[in-house]
Design a binder for this molecule. Structure first.
Ligand SMILES: [Zn+2]
Length: 479
């Protein structure tokens, strides 16, 4: 039997079991670092399928791996699975009007219930293929928590968990089917703790030193800094602690969190150092003290071109998810459910993307093709992902597979609903097959794997260095 037939038949067989896993993770909807039940069902399923499971890795309780080795030696292939949810996005699966399962509870608005399950299915199919065809090799499923939090993969990369792999594939639920051509920004995030001195703000203000003033002056300084940074860079902040609720007490504490983004990790480090200087300046002006605490950082993601060539071919062979008329109707209802303002922007994008037949696409808004990958199509996106660090340690590639309507907006109740619906199901199954086939085909091309590794070495300058020093622990309760 050809590899592709083996995968298609295998997926039909494990489909009911995989959808139980997807539904369970959808219903658990657990927040970053708290994905205990979601991790557990993935671990249980891996164990049942003969994988050797290790839990609590990289100092994160919900981080795990499931390994299967056939024979001795051979290629080592990795698959990344995510399974965390987003706060406030609870929504009934498949429902096209907003209807939270539980008010203000978390929901899978980024579709990670599908992501973790699709990668799981791929790992099982690759394992079965090695076993059935008696091909020496190893497949590792990486349980990666907290993608929506401060991440986990950079800590996993720092712990060397990916170093054993020859190559790694992953995917993300999307509205399109394509090898991900995104160059994402690198990011660094830190909490700035200001310490001052309380006093009666009316009677003895001259004796107080305000930490809140310092935090506000830091914002002023950063506003000026924004004019003198590269245009692609971003600086955002949020007050974590404004020092209390009493205006008549000079605030002796304030905590502000900053996130710094730029296209390359070295630019992010430079900009972060400048933000630290602004914070120190603010502390000096107010005679307070500041302690910056770096808590998170991701390296930029870039597709691995050697892997992209193989995966692109595999996506073409598997083909887009098989949508039927009912799926198109459902997708149309989701598309129509977005606010008028958003719909205007989406319609504009449809006209740009499909000048010939945008009205048809609007009627049947599901991606039914595979968009070919070309290296010159890589574009810079303002977002960031912890998959970037994996790609700086070993060859790594992300595929986008449609689980939602064309024009969909991520991190919305609509995305939660679609991730739990038949659209998410079909996308997950297609993704699982694409990932499995990509692993099998890459395994048979040692020359391409070598090229992929050279590409990593050119990017990381010889070896992966984590943007976070060893002293920075996973910010499980603080970020
Ligand atoms: Zn996501």
């Amino acid at each position: 039997m050809k590899d592709i037939e083996f995968i298609i038949e295998g997926m039909e067989r494990i489909r009911p079991e995989m959808m139980k896993v997807r539904d369970a993770i959808f219903n658990y909807a657990e927040l970053p670092y708290k994905e205990t039940k979601s991790a557990e069902i993935l671990c249980e399923t891996l164990t049942k399928h003969g994988f050797d499971v290790k839990r609590g890795l990289a100092e994160i309780p919900t981080c795990f791996t499931g390994e299967y080795q056939y024979g001795e030696g051979g290629m080592t292939m990795g698959l990344l699975g995510e399974f965390d949810a987003l706060d406030g996005l609870s929504q009934e699966a498949g429902c096209t009007v907003q209807n939270p399962v539980e008010e203000n509870a978390p929901g899978h608005g980024c579709g990670h219930c599908c992501l973790g399950t699709g990668a799981l299915a791929a790992a099982i199919l690759v394992k079965e293929y090695l076993e059935t065809h008696q091909i020496p090799g190893k497949v590792i499923y990486y349980g990666c928590p907290a993608e929506e939090g401060a991440g986990a993969k950079q800590f996993m990369a720092r712990a060397g968990l990916f170093d054993v792999c020859d190559f790694i594939y992953t995917w993300h639920p999307s509205s399109k089917n394509e090898v991900d051509a995104m160059h994402s920004n690198a990011i660094m995030g830190a909490n700035f703790y200001f310490k001052g001195r309380t006093a009666h703000a009316g009677a003895t203000p001259h004796l107080g030193r305000s930490a809140l003033d310092a935090a506000e002056l830091m914002s002023v300084g950063c506003n000026y800094l924004r004019e003198h940074m590269i245009p692609e860079a971003r600086l955002h902040y949020a007050y974590i602690d404004a020092g209390g609720t009493a205006p008549n007490v000079v605030q002796d504490r304030a905590v502000v969190r900053y996130e710094v983004r730029a296209p390359y990790v070295r630019q992010t480090k430079e900009l972060y150092d400048r933000v630290v200087k602004v914070a120190q300046g603010a502390a000096m002006m107010t005679e307070t003290e500041v302690t910056p605490e770096l808590a998170m950082a991701f390296t930029e993601y870039l597709p691995n071109f050697a892997l992209a060539r193989i995966a692109d071919q595999c996506m073409q062979e598997i083909g887009a998810p098989q949508w039927d008329e009912a799926d198109y109707r459902l997708a149309k209802q989701f598309l129509e459910s977005f606010p008028e303002e958003s719909k205007k922007a989406i319609r504009q994008k449809f006209m740009e993307d499909y000048p010939e037949d945008w009205e048809e696409k609007w009627e049947k808004p599901l991606d039914s093709e595979i968009h070919p990958f070309t290296p010159d199509k890589v574009y810079l996106s303002a977002g960031s992902t912890d998959v970037g660090d994996v790609g700086y340690a070993v060859p790594c590639l992300n595929l986008n597979v449609a689980c939602a309507c064309l024009g969909n907006i991520g991190h919305t109740w609509q995305m939660t609903a679609q991730a739990g619906s038949i659209l998410g199901e079909k996308g997950t199954l297609a993704a699982g097959k694409m990932l499995a086939l990509s692993c099998l085909r890459t395994m048979q091309e040692p020359q391409a794997v070598e090229e992929a590794k050279q590409e990593v070495l050119r990017r990381n300058g010889g070896r992966y260095t984590c943007p976070l020093p060893d002293t920075v622990k996973p910010p499980i309760d603080t970020y």
